[in-house]
Design a protein around this ligand. Structure first.
Ligand code: ADP
Ligand code: MN
Ligand code: MN
Ligand code: MN
Length: 374
């Protein structure tokens, strides 16, 4: 299905993807001719050659009189949506190009949170921070104005909110074809997707990206969202990342799992490493608690509608943490507590999180600091 980016091809289909002012995705495609030296390294390093621009006045990112916004490639993936050309046709390969956005004076655009994320990441390399993000979303049918394949606005009929999480069967599980197609497309694109599951609301699903360093997990999460939306086009629905589309149903989160090398290390019992790892995990929890307001400010718009304290969320107004408790803001998974090392789960981010902002804030709170919380 996919071409090696290193094989010389006659044409290169470059699908440029970026984030718009509303936190949605945009893309446009250009075809490049016969570049023998084509490589992903070249696309990412030769800014002059590979920079592009778009009309920012049409995406809420500029005014009409001064409308050009620049696109700079930050990550390239094989494009899973193009098949091998038919025999006799011209040779081509196809790529998805994740970009960040710049003003024409070269400063990062106001909607570009990647630059600061990369800067913060560079200051705490010795902590080796890793992130795994759980992306929940709900499939919606635009024509019916209902969640995908719901017959009526009420309960789809299986009783309460119990039957749908990890559910199976045509009476309760809606959209698996989309979910499986998305999983496969992400794998073809080389994205580190870790799994999928049906969620608590019927037509609500989740996938996970990571664990990876901050900028990489964020690039890949954005591209995985783009791939998902592109697939929904084929099924007459769309995915929404709004934190609480239906007031009485489970909302959608973007649980952000986080570790540093000190939290992961724990295999040597003689050095008492597990003890030190648990201390590092708990001290990160304490820091997150102490900076609750600063974190909530970048954890997603309309998150207040989701964080009611019900439906496996914590209250918006306080940060709590504990082992294995999905009602807390931060959960130390049971298996992590048992082993004595691993990671923590910050359950506060909403599904519409900008992962550049969230991972940046977590690194700033939990990394490159002298340890004074215990
Ligand atoms: P749950 O639904 O129980 O909260 P999931 O299996 O959906 O858990 O997600 C677990 C997440 O933890 C995955 O995204 C995975 O990438 C992430 N993860 C696993 N190990 C680490 C680690 N050491 N550091 C950061 N994230 C991790
Ligand atoms: Mn999960
Ligand atoms: Mn979930
Ligand atoms: Mn989770």
């Amino acid at each position: 299905l996919i071409f090696s980016p290193m094989t010389p091809q006659t044409k290169h289909i470059m699908e440029y993807v970026w984030i718009d002012a509303a936190g949605g995705m945009r893309s446009k495609t250009r075809v490049e001719n016969n570049l023998d030296q084509f490589s992903y390294d070249w696309v990412l390093s030769d800014h002059e050659r590979w920079e592009w621009s778009f009309d920012g006045s049409s995406t809420g990112q500029a005014t009409g009189t001064d409308s050009d916004v620049l696109l700079r490639p930050v990550a390239v993936y094989p494009n899973p949506f193009y098949n091998r050309p038919p025999r006799g046709g011209g040779a081509f390969d196809a790529h998805l190009v994740m970009c960040d956005t710049y003003n024409k004076d070269g400063t990062p655009h106001a909607t570009n949170a990647r630059v600061t994320c990369a800067q913060t990441e560079a200051t705490c390399l010795t902590d080796e921070p890793l992130f795994g993000i759980e992306q929940e979303y709900i499939l919606f049918d635009r024509a019916k104005e209902l969640p995908y394949q719901w017959a009526s606005p009420g309960d789809p009929g299986c009783g309460g909110q119990g039957p749908y999480y990890c559910g199976v069967g045509g009476d309760r599980c809606f959209g698996r074809k989309i979910v499986d197609q998305h999983l496969l497309a992400c794998l073809h694109a080389g994205i580190e997707i870790g799994g999928t599951n049906a969620e608590v609301m019927a037509s609500q699903w989740e996938f996970q990206i990571g664990p990876l360093p901050a900028t990489q997990v964020s690039d890949q999460l954005w591209m995985a969202r783009y791939i998902l939306q592109r697939i929904t086009e084929e099924h007459g629905c769309c995915a929404t990342f709004h934190p609480k589309p239906l007031r009485t149903w489970n909302g959608s989160g973007g649980h952000t799992n986080f570790s540093t090398v000190a939290m992961r290390r724990g295999s040597n019992p003689e050095a008492n490493e597990a003890n030190e790892a648990m201390t590092a995990i708990k001290s990160a929890c304490a820091r997150l608690e102490a900076n609750h307001a600063e974190h909530m400010a970048v954890y997603g718009k309309d998150n207040v509608e989701r964080m009611t304290g019900l439906h496996e969320t914590s209250s918006m107004h306080a940060c709590t943490w504990g082992v294995s408790d999905r009602g807390r803001s931060i959960r130390i998974p049971r298996h992590v507590a048992n082993r004595g090392h691993g990671y923590l789960e910050d359950r506060r981010p909403a599904a519409n999180l900008d992962p550049y902002l969230v991972t940046e804030r977590i690194m700033r709170t939990c990394c490159c600091l002298d340890d004074d919380y215990n």
